[in-house]
Design a protein around this ligand. Structure first.
Ligand code: BG6
Length: 503
């Protein structure tokens, strides 16, 4: 692959190089300020940005370049730890920034992007759309019509891609009319998290797990993604979406895919994504009779977080007081194939839980014949605990003999623990966006979601949403600061199991 400068000189580039022009739409928005600029800054600090890479901020607001740089600096001071905000790196980073004010929906003004690209060497351009999905199509069209793109340009889009299968197809069609699939990067930031990546290493590099990872050895799988925060001033967006669309359709289903997929032939993007799609296609659909038993929808009421009173969902700013949108969902589902037949996957996610906690627990089956104290029988199985946040780590719970002369052959359960922060103390765990941005710059797609993944995930969710609509039942209330409606505990105890809460 080659790049050209304006006088036609060839310049080598391609996968692996981070020498690009990045055009960030929505550069003054919350995501850009809170996550994207800090992530780009960390890449700068670690020497991972090519010296020639340029960053163009695009926003509707009327800023000049100096005002824009000041605003980015302010965001970095807020969201990057003071000891990491090194002066030289900061100066280098701010000097890369350019700014263009633009009304994204109107074609006028896009030629300024083409002109910006033409200053100096033509590099591949990454277009990052941190804006509402309904204008993705307009932006792509105007970029193309203005001659701002070439055959190497890539586009990055954020979730939510649509509200259901039909709306997501419409958005994907609009992007696809300009960019081929091989140059579309759909973000699910969970795929950039260190431990999520580690799932691939853990499963496919360790023969120990390779042979055990199926229904012969695993009794059930549990995934909890709990957030302490409420909806953080996003009532308008959230009330349209709800927890199923906001968290399950993307993040939790991606975790299910990485746990349940068959080994890919290699680490190529399509080899991995082909296997994930097979899992999504095999997800069990919900039938009406399963709804009352295997799915719980909840909505938080006023309660207490960290000792402070917090309002209920219906009392949040801008709330519509009779909303029935769910802020919590728990469900029992499964993957209908040979590897996973009969293995329940219990998923649970909610806002205003007692703590921020994302973890996956693989529960292994008990020994076929048990020889220890009968009253300890319930202890006797292994669990693999994969903690995504707050402290990333992996623990394998094993049984050993309790020590002491008076203990006989009493068993004790304890973790073989790999806490990343203490095992690798000098390694800073990068934020998901750092890794994702770096992969886009290098042109590597394996951490991004392919169109058919999004669509199969929507299909499965749409089926559940339609079944809920038929039932027309209000969500169950739970106090903020609790683990959700008690019905979610009943859902799992009906199978003689409980949610795993101590790590
Ligand atoms: C986003 C959701 O995708 O993920 C938010 O829209 C949610 O509602 C967030 O708070 C959670 O991400 P993380 O990385 O904090 O678990």
């Amino acid at each position: 692959m080659t790049q050209r400068n304006r006088s036609g000189e060839a310049k080598p580039s391609g996968a692996g190089s981070t020498e690009i022009d990045l055009a960030l739409f929505g550069a003054l928005g919350d995501l850009a300020q809170r996550k994207l600029f800090p992530a780009l800054f960390h890449l700068e600090r670690e020497g991972l940005l090519d010296p020639a890479t340029r960053l163009l901020g695009l926003a509707r607001q009327d800023y000049d370049l100096e005002g824009f740089r000041k605003q980015v600096e302010k965001a970095l001071k807020t969201y990057v730890k003071a000891e990491e905000l090194e002066r030289e790196a900061l100066a280098r980073f701010l000097a890369r920034l350019d700014f263009i004010q633009l009304d994204f929906t109107k074609p006028d003004g896009y030629t300024a992007i083409r002109e910006w690209r033409q200053q100096g060497v033509l590099r591949p351009m990454v277009v990052y759309l941190s804006v509402a999905a309904k204008i993705y199509g307009d932006i792509c069209r105007h970029l193309e019509a203005s001659g701002s793109l070439d055959e190497q340009s890539r586009v990055v889009v954020e979730k939510p891609i649509g509200h259901d299968l039909d709306s997501s197809a419409e958005i994907n069609d609009a992007i696809g009319a300009v960019f081929p699939e091989s140059r579309i990067y759909r973000i699910d930031h969970y795929l950039g998290k260190e431990t999520v990546q580690n799932l691939i290493a853990l499963r496919f590099a360790n023969p120990l797990f390779g042979t055990q990872w199926n229904q012969n050895h695993i009794s059930h799988v549990e995934i909890t993604v709990a957030e302490k925060v409420g909806i953080e001033g996003r009532w308008g967006y959230f009330d349209e979406a709800g927890q199923l669309r906001d968290m399950v359709q993307n993040h939790l289903l991606q975790l299910v895919c990485l746990i349940a997929m068959d080994p890919p032939a290699n680490l190529d993007a399509d080899a991995i994504r082909d296997e994930k799609v097979k899992v999504l296609k095999a997800l069990k659909p919900f039938t009406d009779d399963m709804l009352g038993r295997d799915v719980v929808r909840g909505q938080y009421m006023a309660g207490t977080t960290d000792g402070h009173g917090v309002p209920g969902y219906l009392e949040e700013e801008g709330a519509n007081t009779d909303s029935q949108t769910e802020t919590f969902v728990a469900m029992k589902t499964g993957v209908a194939n040979w590897r996973w037949a009969g293995v329940p996957f219990y998923l649970r996610t909610g806002k205003r839980m007692p703590e921020k906690l994302s973890q996956i627990i693989i529960h292994f089956r008990q020994q076929p014949h048990y020889i220890f104290d009968p009253d300890q029988r319930g202890l006797a199985s292994n669990k693999l605990v994969i903690r995504l946040q707050p402290e990333e780590g992996i623990a394998l719970e094993v049984l050993t003999k309790d020590s002491g002369l008076d203990k006989g052959m009493r068993l004790r359960r304890g973790p073989l623990h790999l806490d990343f922060n203490s095992a690798f103390p000098k390694t800073r765990i990068p934020d998901a966006y750092e890794r994702l941005l770096l992969e886009v710059m290098k042109g590597q797609q394996y951490l991004f979601v392919r169109r058919d993944e999004v669509e199969h995930a929507w299909q499965w969710c749409d089926n559940l949403i339609a079944a809920w609509a038929d039932r027309d039942e209000p969500p169950r209330r739970y106090p903020a600061g609790s683990w959700g409606p008690v019905a979610s505990i009943a859902m799992i105890t009906q199978d003689g199991r409980s949610w795993y809460e101590d790590y």
